[in-house]
Design a protein around this ligand. Structure first.
Ligand SMILES: [Zn+2]
Length: 188
């Protein structure tokens, strides 16, 4: 409890959305107190606003609950927990979820758990039981990825705040209509 609690009830965001829908995708915000303070990068926020989003997905390792509030000012947010998220976050968010946008079932998971040799494989396998999931959004590796594999889109937006070995900070946009058009957006 206390000041770090997010102000909204995130369990009440619907999982059913009408297409066409433009979705912002963010992961691994890892908001350490320094150097970012208590705000996501302004450039990220500006770009998300410009994209005209109807929904934002956060693939985990959120770290600070206020990140969800800040994103929630732009569009409704659906999120899952990552391995780094604390007990408070685990109480309010699931480990994985399926978001239905029009006819598209989009799986959202952090990607650190379960069998698989690497993060994309673990993320894909998290929805192995659900043949309708043809787009899996994940994070964890901080390595942006947009790949069509056996008819399934594997999409990792990277991190907008902690790029590690990646050359750029990044986030993603999914334009969902009859098809899903994924786009990675890079910035320095
Ligand atoms: Zn992680």
């Amino acid at each position: 409890m206390g000041g770090d609690e997010p102000s909204r009830d995130w369990s009440r965001t619907p999982e059913l959305w009408a297409a066409p829908l433009t979705i912002g995708v963010v992961s691994d915000t890892h908001m350490y107190p320094e150097p970012h303070g208590r705000s996501l990068p302004q450039l990220l926020l500006d770009e998300l606003v410009k994209a005209g989003l109807g929904l934002i997905l956060h693939a985990g390792d959120i770290f600070a609950p206020w990140v969800l509030d800040q994103l929630g000012e732009i569009a409704p947010v659906l999120a899952v927990i990552g391995n780094g998220d604390n007990a408070e976050m685990r109480r309010i968010l699931p480990r994985s979820r399926v978001v239905l946008v029009g006819d598209h079932h989009i799986g959202l998971v952090h990607g650190h758990e379960g069998p698989g040799r690497n993060t994309p494989e673990r993320a894909r396998r998290a929805f192995a039981e659900n043949p309708y999931v043809r787009c899996v959004v994940f994070g964890h590796s901080h390595q942006p990825l947009s790949r069509l594999q056996d008819g399934t889109i594997l999409f990792n937006p990277g991190s907008p705040t902690d790029k590690r070995r990646a050359p750029y900070y990044s986030f993603g946009v999914l334009r969902v209509g009859a098809t899903i058009e994924p786009e990675l957006v890079y910035f320095l």
